[in-house]
Design a protein around this ligand. Structure first.
Ligand code: GLN
Length: 216
């Protein structure tokens, strides 16, 4: 029998980019550069063919309107509960368990309280360079009307901070950034997510193999 774990570990993951609003093309290009095959996801049924998903930046209220109108929200909710998902900016807002300023509905899989547009209107966009836990030195981070992660739960790991608040976090199969990594040339953040997806695929195929051997 072939070693499926190893085969999956080196496979090119198919990663969806939610393409109903926002800067999805830049994410698709970044995924390609990070070794994944991007798939633009516009309909709920397209989620079935991908190993992971990026929810891009944009306007979270507009995302919610489209998702509710197209009956997409339920399928997306199911997907993010079990499959690797990376939310950037508005995507981070959608993943959080609690949204403030103002309060709004969310997918509730990242144990965090996120405040929308937390840096004010005048200085709402900025590019900063800071330390992260990713190897390879300081990282450029592009913020556009960024939210602030005001609280995180115990299970959330912080990979980078801005002024003492988390800006890049991981929690199991979920990753979130309050900045736009797709707008910088550095591909370390996307590579990290591609790795997470690969690990997830390897683990899923290992547990399938184990349950197959139990039933045979
Ligand atoms: N301010 C936006 C929101 O509240 C997020 C901005 C972004 O994604 N660049 O949804």
């Amino acid at each position: 029998m072939p070693n499926t774990t190893q085969a999956q570990g080196t496979a090119t993951p198919r990663i969806g980019v939610l393409a109903i609003q926002g800067d999805y093309d830049a994410h698709a290009q970044a995924l390609r550069e990070a070794g994944a095959e991007p798939v633009l996801v516009r309909k709920p049924e397209e989620l079935a063919g991908v190993d992971g998903l990026i929810i891009p930046g944009g306007e979270s209220t507009t995302f919610l309107k489209f998702l509710e109108r197209d009956g997409f929200l339920g399928s997306l909710q199911e997907f993010v509960r079990s499959k690797p998902t990376f939310g950037t900016c508005a995507g981070c807002i959608l993943l959080a368990t609690e949204v403030r300023h103002p309060a709004q509905a969310s997918l509730g899989v990242l144990d965090a309280t996120v405040e929308r547009n937390a840096y004010g209107r005048q200085i709402d966009s900025t590019i900063q360079t800071g330390e992260t836990r990713l190897p390879g030195g300081p990282l450029e981070m592009v913020y556009i009307r960024a939210p602030r992660v005001a609280r995180i739960g115990d299970g959330v790991r912080v990979l980078a901070e801005r002024d003492g608040f988390p800006v890049l976090v991981e929690q199991g199969h979920i990753m979130a950034a309050t900045f736009h990594p797709e707008l910088s040339e550095d591909r370390r953040v996307h590579r990290r997510f591609v790795e997470l997806v690969r690990d997830w695929m390897a683990r899923a195929s290992e547990s399938n193999r184990q349950s197959d051997s139990k039933t045979s």
